[in-house]
Design a protein around this ligand. Sequence first.
Ligand code: PEP
Ligand code: MN
Length: 368
Amino acid sequence: MKQTLDIVPLTSWFDTDEAPLIIAGPCSAETEEQLVATAHLLANTGKVNVLRAGIWKPRTRPGEFEGIGSIGLQWLRRAKEETGLPITTEVATAKHVEEALAAGVDILWVGARSTANPFTVQEIADALRGVDVPVMVKNPVNPDLSLWLGALERVNRAGIKKLAAIHRGFSSYEKTSFRNEPMWDIAIQLKTLVPDLPVINDPSHICGNRELIPYIAQKAFDMDMQGLIIESHIDPAVAWTDAKQQVTPQALYDLLANLTFRHAKSDDPIFEDKLAQLRVDIDKLDDQIIKILSDRMRIVEKIGEYKRDNNVTILQVSRWDEIIHKRTNVAQALKLDKDFTVKLLELIHNESIRKQNEIMNTKPVAEA
Ligand code: PEP
Ligand code: MN
């Protein structure tokens, strides 16, 4: 997949000073008091860079609170004036874009449901033509990297160069501990395709509960993501939307204070040197692993030929049990995780069976 984004780095539109970008605020603006009071508490933490609040809420079922609407923009504006925090909100139509810009919203975001619909994204992009405002694009509801990248491209082609992606997890039929499965590999693929694109993690919508947020937020930093967007409400228990996942500003402070932000690069030349050496060591070992796997596969092929010529079945359960047993014992003695070892052996075993199957079903050269 070719990436076609023409973007500027985060540091050119946000003074992060190498620190992560922290966006926080309520899921929804509910009342002027709730929003402004929350904003003050968040500003007082000294750890929040941008205030978020949903004004127009995309709800799965009709009849739920669908956002306070345009009036909330004035509340956001007041919160910005009083706290000095830049403000961000979700836009889903051209009209939202116009109103948000007119109200002085500093950063816009495209929600997960909108990203899943190219018509909606195009409408938003068209409304952004000629405007210089940063835009964050949430991943689509479904795990589709192209759709995410496509939405970023549409916005980018409208001339928006201050772009970021928000990783908020993906809907899955299977119920797990998360509201939206993180599927980290999709966010990593996006980072690999567009290395300059800042990726901001949204642990609130991934978790759907307060308890798992610290774990996901730390993992996001470990994965080299540039920031977090976390829902924070002055009184989460009575929040009109997403009550289970919002945290108080004080809880947000504690959570952020306990996270370790990791730098992709260090300025310390000794550290860089050590890292380079360790990477050389890893590269060597990886090459050896590949070579050993290849040697093992050659032997597997020979066994396949032998079995074929002597009419023996491919799978011999007792032999497989013996391999698993012996290898996991050795692995444990060498401090390798047992689950990991079993998974690795299974992967190798499956490939061996596939190879032998291929051999068993082709005639020996002499007969062919
Ligand atoms: C939100 O941020 O409140 C929201 C609606 O998120 P998402 O688009 O990720 O569901
Ligand atoms: Mn929400």
